[in-house]
Design a protein around this ligand. Sequence first.
Ligand code: ZN
Length: 278
Amino acid sequence: MLLKDDSNGPPSALAVEEVVTFHSTFAIPAAITGNEEILLKRQKQVKAARRKKKQYLKKLMRRVNPKASKKSKTSVMSAPHQSIRTRYELLYESYLKLLGQPYIINSVFCFNCNNYFYYGDNLAMPKRCQVCHIDFCKPDKITHEKGHLARPDIILDYNPIEKRLQYKKDVQYRRLDNIKLYQEEYLKNLGIIRIDGGVHDKKHVRMRDYWQYMDFRERNIKVFIIRNEDLDRLLANQDNGKSVLQLCHWVGEATIDEELYNIYTKDKDFIERTAKPF
Ligand SMILES: [Zn+2]
């Protein structure tokens, strides 16, 4: 009975065993031994529960703030196609919203069929293009082989709304022949915006960026490269964001204005940022 009370529940196999000992040998030592064993068992259970809680909290933290966790394999592997939104991207996005510019985030651009599709904030690389179904190659392959992709930070799509809806449907139902009829014109109204942080100074990232830029250029798609420092500099003006707003507005204008974009590509910074790094 003593053992049953201590365990706060139905007697376990251990308790039953101890009760047998209790009757067959000497009462007190058996009871004490039983208590100790139960105590040990409980301590183990408490420790296991604590460990479980700790693991759960760790997992939760990783989900809330993926960057806070020590450099996990996934973040290293996905670095070339990072999809974690930086605060600079979020800042730029807030200005896009303010200006009502037609933008898309979390998309993948396929250099095989030249289409973009929504992919979500998935860290893992898409295995294949959702439109043409070609398998993508690994992110560190910077050669011009088929099956490479880009995950632009932001895409501006300045096509008329009815065209955009048509495009969305065509992409969804994989009507490649349909898209080809208007694709050339459609791509002219796209702007790829890169918000680059320090990672883009790394040699292998610079090489990938270079090939990616060339791929977009070959397809007459406009690319804009904004560095985090650019935004910092504009914010330092302390003009309630007016400077950032102007930049954002200007990029939008240049997306639909070939001449304006040509001026941009002759800019010293732009030439430097798109130069062949090797
Ligand atoms: Zn494709």
